[in-house]
Design a protein around this ligand. Sequence first.
Ligand code: 5AD
Ligand code: FES
Length: 389
Amino acid sequence: MNDYIYKRYRYYFFLIFILSKKGATVVEKIVEILSKESYTQEDLSYLIGLEGSDRDFYLKEIGKSYINTLGKKVYFRGLIEFSNYCTKDCYYCGIRKSNTHTERYDIDDEAILEAAVFAHQNRYGSLVLQSGERNDKPFTDRITRLLKEIKTVTNGELGITISLGEQSEEIYREWFEAGAHRYLLRIETSNEDLYYKIHPRDEAHDFHRRLECLRTLKKVGYQTGTGVMIGLPFQTYEQLAADLLFFQRIDVDMIGMGPFIEHTETPLYQYKDQLWPLQRRFEVAINMIATLRLLLPDINIAAATALQAIDPMGREKALRYGANVIMPNITPTLHRKDYQLYENKPCTDEGADECANCLSIRVEMAGREIGYNEWGDSQHFFKRTSSKQ
Ligand code: 5AD
Ligand code: FES
């Protein structure tokens, strides 16, 4: 047992002792769970559901212990949402193909490259390329070309993450070889029944195919990220706890997860009166991030933009309690308002410069340091790949 872990256990045993004198039951239970070496679904769902002052106590404990192990660094990924054309029809998403009220756009290559150069010059370290899902050859060829060009114009110094949905192994490989080294594909929920309540049950939205894609991404060699939405209609704390155990089981490197926010032009809007209040969705999302950090101390966790749609300080709170990645939006402003997966999306008016300034101040206010010019790869990825050699 290393010195830090020994001190941590000694601290928790001391706390348990003090609390048993006071008979403080909820806090006592939190401390008891925190002192364990592995966690059951019941433990995790208990932590995810915490409220009020018990929740405050829990978050503080996580905040303290994770800064000690992972350090203060936060990594920037400049996010370019370059197109909202999408061939899929997820029931929650504002850019689903059946939403005829969205104005569709596709940013040209030159503007994408300019945004990449902006990220590089501003020492972001990495970039995320995201769009609606397309599988046609002109699209996949264009991505391959763009990846190579981004590498060229940034002297190979900019790390590239892509988030372009379900593709064949061949395409995943082609993009990997062209320069992308991290891939984000959220599972959205690891519960198959719930998955089909939020997606059409058809070939284009197959739960098992999505799982297969996650396996393929790891096999190809990507640092692989997934995630879920929190506060979906019908979702329970137990299912969210199972999501965390799912992340552990599939051995992911990165997670992005945030609150579900209903969009008027989508089928899930009909359940708006059955959802947890927005503020509660936000709280549970922060509890999920903290509990994930407890479970998987060395992965990268992103502070999702959707947090900020509910609480103006949402992403900074996520950084306090477990997140270590933040994605400043560098999509040319003209189109930002059209990439509305959910309504009330923040930072749709600011230009990339303002966005970067406002974020660096916010990160420092949260007591963290920015890892400028660093790729900020997931420590977990290196551990899992080096242990296989
Ligand atoms: N609320 C919150 N998150 C959403 N996403 C899509 N629609 C919504 C919504 N209404 C998330 C999904 C997707 C990611 C790009 O955005 O998890 O994977
Ligand atoms: Fe585009 Fe879900 S609606 S991927």
